[in-house]
Write a protein that binds this ligand. Sequence first.
Ligand code: PD2
Ligand code: ZN
Length: 282
Amino acid sequence: MDQQITPELRQWIVEQAQAGHSAESVLQSMKASGWDEDVAIDAMETTLRGHLAAQTAAGALPPAVPVPEPDVDDSPLYLDGGDRQVAVLTVMAAPRVVVFGGLLSDEECDALIEAARPRMSRSLTVATRTGGEEVNADRTSQGMFFQRGENALVARIEARIARLVNWPAENGEGLQILQYVPGTEYKPHYDYFDPKEPGTPTILRRGGQRVGTLVMYLREPEKGGGTIFPDVHLEVAPKRGNAVFFSYERAHPSTRTLHGGAPVIAGEKWIATKWLREGEFK
Ligand code: PD2
Ligand code: ZN
């Protein structure tokens, strides 16, 4: 068959995306009608990137999507995490930020650290072209990922998070554990994948965009290490057992979810991060 990427095909790809069909399902349709997988992926990537560039030039925002959201409308002091009552300490609307108290017990924090410790390796986070995403290159910056549901402790915490933020556990990435030593930081960045980056369509095939983040503090430093939101001059203290949740309904700075981990000044900071996707993360 002729594998030419015609204007009609481009238009069809854009229409599929606008109708809310996932990249994966569009790819399957194209393969089913005889397109070679590599040609189809290339056609989708170039078409959607071009479309996005045109939209951005016209000043349009990417469409908003549903996001995880804790039930905080009636100002509860606590939320039911299923197996644990979790305090609601701070609520902000824009950006949507909720600070939780006692999301994890001290024992759970310690157990996560001890389970992670033997598997920690240098966190050579992919340096995206924006340069904003890596933890400062210090020899001792280390991290690891747990598989989703990998052990009873991880599964229990994931079920609690799912209930607190009303989002399926299946849409979560595996828990990431990160250790910061003095002098290390996480420079301000967005957690969503930049639609303008060429690699983003491939990343989105696994569950779509990230739409929410929960950073849980496992071990508190003596000084420094807060989670900062520079656009709104907010700093969340990295108190053990507490957590900061934030969501972003579109992959755009208008969400004001620029955030970072301030430099640790003394002591060690350990965190567990749960990133939440639009769909099932396989
Ligand atoms: O350690 C933090 O406070 C932090 C800051 C920014 C964590 C993340 N981002 C993250 O894990 O995405
Ligand atoms: Zn982040």
